[in-house]
Design a protein around this ligand. Structure first.
Ligand code: FES
Length: 171
């Protein structure tokens, strides 16, 4: 697959508008050490991830050890430390999709993209994730890309879908 490299986005702390959001969230928390969880949660929601520099900044501002912030971020799976790619591909791990063979699709997607679930391709085009039932069980196995839902996906179709979003058309 031919990759056209897209530059990694700068850290949110280096972007004035995002830095303002981070400072607003920290100010709202009153700078108390006990606010770490609330602050990190809001950062994840508003910025979309909590980078290492952001974690260090939060630790400094709340006057708590970096390891404490890092511990929270790595313990809870809803925190992510890197930005998502241009497209997010999700494979449904609900029961119907599991029975319908989604595990084979996950293996194929990982092979094709050269990444594991939870990772983003080097060109920042695609982030690969799993999800819970999206309510389209009769069409299992389901793959979603951003807002688009693909049903009864066979491995050879998955390859076409991934190619399209990897820069071969839809990207
Ligand atoms: S189990 Fe996948 S859509 Fe319901």
């Amino acid at each position: 697959m031919a990759y056209q490299l897209i530059e990694a986005p700068p850290d949110p702390l280096a972007i004035p508008a995002q830095r303002a959001i981070i400072d607003r969230i920290l100010a709202g928390a009153g700078g108390t050490p006990g606010a770490a969880m609330v602050v990190l949660n809001e950062l994840q929601g508003e910025i979309g991830y909590v980078s290492l520099p952001m974690q260090e900044y939060v630790a400094r501002r709340l006057r708590i050890p970096r390891s404490q912030v890092y511990g929270v971020v790595t313990f809870y799976s809803f925190f992510t430390t890197r930005p998502r790619g241009q497209h997010t591909v999700k494979l449904c791990l609900g029961t119907a999709c599991y029975v319908g063979g989604v595990t084979t699709l996950i293996e194929k997607a990982q092979q094709f993209l050269g990444i594991r679930v939870g990772e983003t391709t080097e060109d920042w085009r695609i982030t690969l994730e799993t999800c819970r039932c999206v309510g389209a069980c009769s069409q299992a196995p389901i793959v979603t890309v951003d807002g688009d839902v693909y049903g009864r996906v066979r491995p050879e179709q998955l390859r076409d879908i991934l190619t399209r979003y990897s820069g071969g058309g839809a990207g």
